[in-house]
Design a protein around this ligand. Structure first.
Ligand code: 5GP
Length: 182
């Protein structure tokens, strides 16, 4: 089964994903490739960091399940198989979610939304992104929510972390129970 977590920058996807992986050892997080430079303090294995030329060569050889340009940088999910007995978790933007949905209509699509735009802005600033990036990410958030709704993604408000984790774990459990086609 494929589980896709999307949501605007600053919604707390990273935190939710980290805790989900701790809760459920049968989930396997796919590591994306990106041409974005590593942020100060960001883990070296947060992504496979590559230059544009390397990324484009991988697109050429059809090495990605999906890929997208997000605010000037390329991001992609390498084609891969999870270890036996695991379900794959993808943390990607909605353009990527659309491509996954097209190839795997049974994938579970979850779209996290912030409790409020003010809280989202606070989280983005806390992360240390420059001012113009914060503004572009906020503007982008509205388009993403509309696109996610169109895809039929399940919306989960990320206010209290434990409540969010319970909701997401519940969705995954239901999808698993729905059968092996997923
Ligand atoms: P960030 O630069 O904040 O790490 O990520 C920017 C956006 O790219 C986020 O919405 C994140 O979920 C998305 N993203 C990360 N990896 C991928 C990927 O492999 N494919 C796509 N389509 N989006 C990704």
């Amino acid at each position: 089964m494929l589980v896709v977590i999307s949501g605007p920058g600053g919604v707390g996807k990273g935190t939710v994903v980290r805790h989900l992986l701790e809760r459920d050892p049968t989930l396997w997080l796919s590591r994306s490739w990106t041409t974005r430079p590593r942020r100060p303090g960001e883990a070296p294995d947060a992504y496979t960091f590559v230059d544009r030329q390397r990324f484009e060569a991988e697109v050429e050889r059809q090495g990605f399940l999906e890929w997208a340009e997000f605010l000037g940088n390329l991001y992609g999910t390498p084609v891969s198989e999870p270890p036996p007995g695991h379900d794959t978790l993808l943390e990607i933007d909605v353009q990527g979610a659309r491509q996954v949905h097209a190839r795997h209509p049974d994938a579970l699509l979850i779209f996290l939304v912030p409790p409020s735009p003010a809280e989202q802005e606070r989280r983005l600033r806390e992360r240390g992104d420059p001012d113009d990036v914060v503004r572009r990410r906020l503007a982008r958030a509205e388009q993403e929510a509309a696109a996610a709704a169109e895809l039929g993604a399940v919306e989960v408000v990320n206010d209290d972390l434990e409540t969010t984790l319970d909701a997401v774990a519940g969705l995954i459990a239901s999808a698993r129970a729905a059968g092996p086609t997923r």
